[in-house]
Write a protein that binds this ligand. Sequence first.
Ligand code: G6P
Length: 606
Amino acid sequence: MCGIIGYVGSRQAKEILIDGLTRLEYRGYDSAGLVTLNDGAVIVKTEGKVDELKKRLENKPVDGKIGIAHTRWATHGEPSERNAHPHSDEKRQIFVVHNGIIENYKHLKDELIKKGHKFASDTDTEVLAHLIEEDYKGNLEQAVASALSLVRGTYGLAVISCLETDKIVVARSGSPLLVGLGNDENIVASDVSAIIRYTKEVVYLEEREIAVVKKDGFHSFSGKSAKDRVALVEWEIEQAEKGGFPHFMLKEIFEQPKVVEDSIRGRLIEEDGLAKLGGLEEVKDRLGKCERLIITACGTAYYAGLVGEYLFEEYGGLPTEVEYASEFRYRKPIIERDKTAFLAISQSGETADTLAAVCEAKRKGALVLGIVNVVGSTIARETDAGVYNHAGPEIGVASTKAFISQLAVLFLFTLMIGRQREMSFVTGRKIAGHIKRLPNQINSILTQDEKIKEIAQKYAKYNDFLYISRKYNFPIALEGALKLKEISYIHAEGYPSGEMKHGPIALIDENFPTIAIIPKDSVYEKTISNLEEIKARKGKIIAVATEGDEEIQNVADDVIYIPETLEMLTPIFSVVPLQLLAYYIAVIRGKDVDKPRNLAKSVTVE
Ligand code: G6P
């Protein structure tokens, strides 16, 4: 949540800071600001999106070859200009941009007020600027270190000062921060998408690390030199741009065939009915001995986990449970050392609750695995072993292609553990053959884009939607409802079809449409009966059904067809029309699809 960018080098900082903020905006967008240093400090802040900041900067001389900037997702203090970062001390000599939450800020603020400090905002971050000022004795990094020793909470931060204009001091604890290494310049950021235009060489800050970044160097308090830690970012700048699509979300939906191809590339051994996941090779034997799997995640990734539960139990023979990370971390989970495996699923690899759950599972002795998209992210580093999704950067706040890639990896995972346990070669080969065909088949769903747009036109006026399904597609009902809620702000609920009679059917009337995911699977007839019950109560029905199923037309008002595949693989198809439907309904209702209100791409605070 929130985005940080900082520049020190031989160019003017302003352009790089603004470009960085634009690319980071998906992390938070309720206010933004920057400060550059030249003969003095120039600070510009606004409420609203980065475009507002750009307008404010027009015709304003903002010189300086060093600066820091921030785009905010409010935690403490309403979104406003005064609460926008950077924050400073009273003398306006020390400037801080911060992601995370300073949990003991009230106590620290009271102490500072007693010492005569006056505060200009309602934020927890401002406390840091005052603390650094209080501790400043001629060396900025020392002052930052002693200020941070008083702080409880999470932070990724960048600090500059008029008193030492050649350096940015950076620090992290529970919130990501990295340094992009350039020629005669260095860029700090909370996310690689902000720096890939300038450099592919990055150093990821470690937990509780403090470092000084200058135009020609990086010096860590830990003593570790940058040279031994440089990682190469594989993402290309084009992947973080819209490429002719009106929104990132639509672009990312259309990228999905390629994403699935990338996720399975080199990992599927069709002729042997096997999957080889390089990142898990080292722990494969340990995993083979585990008797139970706990999957944890948040948001869309949690729904991928729910699909995983059906897969692992039916085809992997592995007892599996799935839990929201925010709940797992506060329970007293029963983990048997060497017998329990733990799998975290996270696109960003930075979600605070998922990370905390990972740490808890590790502490209790589980074998901790991850399915993570962002290479080098905290969860990727904290887990014992894992698999990268290879979905490329996902910018749209509502997750689409990352979800699809999580499913693809879960399919491979199932094949791997299944074949390790009881799955026969014949079953393995059949599954592998179907997985291989997925990218082309997803393409064929995307060709129905226009038809889905028409259906969206017809239904965009409704204010409530029910999503139902059974078995493998029940999690997709939840995900479909979440997509609609997130970007169109329409009330939508996902339910297992079998639960209809236990409550939701009371809602059904001609103004409450149902979206039913009903592929030709082992529970088809059961769901048809549920649809009949809805129809009998004048409920409108949009069905996502298998190509060739004409019977469904007798009960549904509109049908979107998906290709035939194995029942276990159907979720990767059925989610695609639901993503498009949510997208078009949101566009028709005039919503900001890529930056839905109150949301942020990566939830790095609890
Ligand atoms: C936020 C995002 C969702 C995402 C969830 C989990 O809520 O808006 O799209 O599914 O976080 O994020 P993660 O990065 O852990 O997958």
